[in-house]
Design a protein around this ligand. Structure first.
Ligand SMILES: *Cc1c(COP(=O)(O)O)cnc(C)c1O
Length: 443
């Protein structure tokens, strides 16, 4: 049942049936679980989400970069239906199955670098990050982990410690895991001496701080998002990541790329590291991997991955057969339909229009990102002071007009765009028209 690829508004957003369901949510679901846009979904496909009131919304969020191949993508649906009828679970650690092995083979083949690799599968991004740290500690015999300002790595105890932002992720949830150290990110727009000095100075600061405050010999891993996700789509200054990776290699520190948001064609490459030719030791993936089914992975150098004793990694559901079947179908879709090419095409449509907005409105301080992972950072005109109020106003205006958009950033002042890679040009333009009008009304 294909979803009509048109925006249709039948009611106010959210409509009456969504509001009823939202009242039930309020009475039944823990209030700590928030919702960005409380329209309750009935169906979705391509670039459209259909709600229970019959509204068709344009999707610029992909469920946070998850349904890159589209919602209910045909190959994924087919693979899941077959797998679910064959068997739903055995636990790979009890009696294994081919689908898990096939996903590991694909990941070993598709991730950067020609070296010998191994993979392990998990359920969520946070779980993949936790396991990458476990592996790095075991391999090195060291404990410290270095993460960056504006980083987001998840919401479990160890990953909360790695995540930078207090509200809403960490506030009141301490104590956090130990042996986590934070260093400045090479954030060109906000680098004190300007973007041109950013890569060099950020690298110097990184080296000095790790040396003086942690000690290379105590450092198991450095973890970085090749483009930061929740932190506001910060693209590290060119060259910074490569130098950090090189330095890690010299000191036998495991360089972990968290590609949970940037992976699987999102930025126009299979993995965002490839853009600068960086080859991570370990790479964490999740989100876009399986067309919406929960799956995550750590992939990396065989000698590091195999450093852990048998039984040291795993979990009841990790690499569930239905999720693995979905991942194989999603990856097949990315290859067959050249979704890396689609991400580049989406950028070629969106970037000029976002650049025109930046030209027109002083409130747009920065436009950044790559492929189908683009963002604008909003500021008080004439300054670099973050403008979360305007960000919220524009987001609400987009939502009211049936465009699903997300925000991000440590200061809540970034509008981020993550359309499904299968969205059509008409919807893309219509979504950008809505964004234009929202700026005209609010900025
Ligand atoms: C979403 C995200 C995570 C956490 O993934 P979950 O599946 O929500 O646990 C970790 N790192 C990055 C970069 C992410 O975007």
């Amino acid at each position: 049942m294909a979803v009509d690829q048109r925006r249709i508004l039948q009611t106010a957003i959210p409509g009456p049936r969504s509001e009823q369901l939202h009242a039930r949510k309020g009475a039944a679901v823990a209030s700590g679980v928030g919702t960005t846009l409380p329209v309750y979904v009935e169906r979705a496909g391509g670039g459209i989400v259909v709600d229970v009131d019959g509204n068709h919304l344009i999707d610029f969020g992909s469920g946070i970069a998850v349904v890159s191949v589209g919602n209910a993508a045909p190959r994924v649906v087919d693979a899941v239906q077959h797998q679910v009828a064959d068997f739903t679970h055995t636990c790979f650690m009890v009696t294994p199955y081919e689908e898990y092995v096939a996903v590991a083979e694909k990941l070993n083949e598709l991730t950067p670098g020609p070296h010998d690799k191994r993979s392990a599968l998990f359920n969520s991004g946070a779980e993949a990050v936790e396991n990458a740290v476990k592996i790095a500690r075991h391999h090195t015999g060291r404990q410290a982990v270095v993460a960056f300002d504006h980083a987001y790595h998840g919401r479990t105890n160890l990953t909360m410690a790695l995540t930078a932002k207090n509200m809403p992720y960490k506030n009141g949830f301490g104590p956090f895991a130990g042996e986590i150290y934070r260093v400045p990110m090479a954030y060109p727009y906000r680098w004190p001496t300007g973007p041109d000095n950013c890569a060099d100075e950020a690298f110097e600061t990184f080296v000095t701080q790790v040396h003086s405050q942690v000690g290379e010999q105590n450092t198991a891993a450095v973890i970085i998002e090749p483009i930061q996700g929740e932190g506001g789509f910060v693209v590290p200054a060119p060259g910074f990541m490569a130098r950090v990776a090189e330095w890690c290699a010299i000191h036998r520190i495991v360089f972990i790329a968290d590609e949970i948001q940037t992976g699987f064609c999102r930025t126009g490459d299979w993995f965002a590291c490839e853009f600068e030719g960086v080859v991570p030791d370990l790479i964490t993936t999740a989100k876009g991997i399986a067309g919406g089914l929960p799956l995550a992975a750590v992939t990396g150098r065989a000698e590091m991955m195999d450093a852990v004793h048998t039984g040291g990694l795993g979990g009841t559901y990790g690499g569930n057969p239905v999720a693995c079947a979905a991942a194989l179908a999603a990856i097949e879709t990315m290859v067959a339909d050249d979704l890396c090419g689609s991400a580049k095409h989406i950028e070629s449509v969106m970037r000029p229009r976002l650049a025109a907005l930046a030209e027109k409105y002083d409130a747009v301080g920065d436009l950044r990102g790559r492929g189908a992972m683009l963002a604008v950072e909003l500021v008080e005109p004439g300054t670099k002071d973050p403008n979360p109020a305007l960000t919220a106003a524009i987001t609400s205006a987009c939502h009211r007009e049936g465009l699903i958009t997300l925000t991000a950033g440590t200061f809540g002042n970034v509008l981020r765009f993550l359309p499904p890679l299968v969205i059509g040009d008409e919807l893309l333009h219509e979504g950008l028209d809505i964004l234009d009008s929202a700026f005209a009304a609010s900025a």
